[in-house]
Design a protein around this ligand. Structure first.
Ligand code: FMN
Length: 520
């Protein structure tokens, strides 16, 4: 298969990568979480402490703190039931188990694994069993040296208390979206990483994000079959009082040699589907994205983005926000049809953009090219935002200003560009678009660049969503939008960029669904 063509079509002509007759077998859908059988179980306290201590708070890694960290990162946080009606009649009830991070279609294709060296648990590699809020021990032992080498010696795990590993289980969202699932997987993983960072920050944890590692070695450590599930990101963790996890010089190491050091892990798990269909393109692009040797680790070159020399409108200083906060996590949701047309002023917009784009944690190894907020662009169409003329703008986070690209009201065009009417653009004053490198970092990272860019965009997306939540608003991520229209709207070809995700943001009314918190 021509993977470059596949990734190009996936992004610019996504109708061409899915078969026209693809039918979703809802009855045979997989569980939204992985449940292992027969592993040693370590329950986490169900009473999750929710008062976040903030940056200066104490930092503990006892079971209670770890339970809160994992639950706020990727635990099941809410059960919700929506009744669909036709006229007077109720036709269907949709049930969902929600988490604090958003996920395309609510399918949550990621899984979390955690390497821990803490007092109350045996040292080792665990799976976070979200369904039962517990840890399951996959391998006991100290894996500092193994993981350091898998990360090319760019981290020193002995400086910290462990690492989170974020994987993707392909079938979990392929069963609905077919090949389009690959586009969602990177964004979903990015949103989850940003959520992990915020949850960790509230407990005083110091994480570092790695997008480059020896994939086969990490998969082998976790006992994964890479035809089903594969590693996307590794996040070493240290306590605030410890040294930040050191960055060393990349040492030559092959995945094959590292795998040979550990015996294979045999596990069994439940995922419910009887008939798991094949997804050869996803497997091929994943295989081609893997790093087999640390010699292939790379860095992004500086000056990825061509500068635009138009004058901007300087935004007012925004209110300082705290997004590492339980209330902010809890209030974040995708409003769907529940946006309401309330006016927003420039101060609110300024706070939203400033908080989300400032102090963005940079994935290790990519920082030479500046922080991700300067590699990615936030563009937006604004309608009746007080103090800002209606139009399409690009936000320059360094000067905290908006550069007008086109004047006008684009709500009808944005609505027409959707593959379904998930939201009413006429109710929404702000529609943001995150844009990034049009060739998906191909030059530096070949096919891996595609998912790296999408993970970065997903991280920024989640920062925008949490900032909106902290301001009493909400955003709804949408991938079913017209990329080519938006690229031309913001003239993104001129800066070698393309739109990666669309996020309408505004005020909302309470959801018309029954919800119950899953917290004790
Ligand atoms: C990458 C991504 C793409 C999404 N695309 C769409 C979309 O095209 N249409 C839609 O209605 N919702 C979309 N969503 C929103 C999800 O359906 C939503 O996050 C999920 O149902 C969970 O609900 P919550 O966000 O309220 O927690 C997307 C979410 C993500 C993370």
């Amino acid at each position: 298969m021509d993977l470059d063509l596949f990734l190009h079509q996936l992004h610019f002509h996504s109708d061409q990568v899915n078969p026209g007759d693809w039918e979703i077998d809802w009855e045979d859908g997989p569980l939204p979480f992985k449940v292992y059988r027969g592993l040693p179980e370590f329950p986490l306290p169900h009473r999750v402490p929710l008062s976040s201590k903030g940056e200066s708070g104490s930092c503990t890694t006892n079971l209670s703190a770890l339970g809160a960290f994992l639950w706020c990162s990727y635990g099941l946080t809410q059960f919700s039931q929506t009744a669909l009606t036709a006229g007077e009649e109720s036709v269907e009830t949709i049930q969902s188990l929600r988490r604090f991070a958003p996920s395309g279609g609510g399918l949550y294709p990621n899984e979390l694994y955690i390497y821990l060296k803490v007092e109350e648990l045996p040292d080792g590699i665990y799976h976070y069993d979200a369904a039962h809020h517990r840890l399951l021990l996959l391998r006991e032992g100290n894996f500092d040296s193994y993981l350091n080498r898998a990360l090319g010696n760019r981290a020193n795990l002995s400086d910290g208390f462990g690492a989170i590993m974020i994987t993707t289980m392909f079938w979990k969202n392929f069963f609905k979206y077919h090949n389009f699932s690959y586009r969602l997987q990177g964004l979903d993983a990015g949103a989850l990483i940003a959520q992990i960072l915020e949850a960790g920050r509230s407990l005083g944890y110091q994480p570092r994000v790695h997008f480059q590692f020896l994939d086969r070695a990490v998969n082998h450590l976790l006992g994964l079959d890479d035809g089903e599930e594969s590693i996307y990101a590794v996040v070493p963790l240290s306590r605030k009082k410890e040294l930040p996890i050191e960055r060393g010089v990349v040492v030559k190491q092959s995945a094959e040699d590292l795998c040979a050091e550990l015996p294979a892990l045999k596990t069994s798990y439940v995922q419910r589907s009887e008939n798991v269909k094949e997804y050869p393109q996803i497997i091929e692009v994943n295989q081609s994205s893997m790093m087999e040797s640390t010699e292939t680790f790379s860095t992004l070159k500086k000056g990825q983005r061509k500068k635009e020399n138009r004058p901007g409108i300087t935004l007012p200083e925004g209110e300082k926000l705290n997004t590492s906060n339980y209330e902010v996590f809890r209030n974040r949701h995708s409003p769907e049809m529940d946006f309401i047309p309330e006016k927003i002023n420039a101060e609110k917009l300024a706070a939203l953009l400033q908080h989300a784009c400032g102090s963005f944690t940079c994935p290790t190894g990519l920082e030479e090219a500046g922080d991700p907020a300067s590699r990615l662009s936030v563009c937006g169409c604004f309608y009746q935002v007080e103090g800002i003329d209606d139009g399409a703008y690009r936000y320059d986070h360094l000067s905290h200003s908006l550069v007008k690209v086109k004047a006008g009201d684009f709500r009808a065009d944005l609505q027409a560009g959707m593959n379904m009417d998930y939201v009413h653009f006429h109710q929404i004053p702000i529609c943001l678009h995150i844009a990034g490198d049009r060739s998906f970092y191909r030059k530096e990272f070949r096919h891996r660049g595609y998912r790296m860019l999408h993970m970065e965009a997903g991280m920024l997306m989640q920062r925008l969503l949490l900032s909106a939540s902290a301001l009493g608003m909400n955003g709804h991520p949408l991938l079913g939008f017209d990329v080519n229209y938006c690229d031309s709207l913001y003239n993104l070809k001129a800066t070698d960029q393309t739109t990666l995700i669309q996020i309408p943001v505004g005020c909302y009314r309470p959801k018309s669904r029954l919800t119950g918190g899953m917290h004790m």
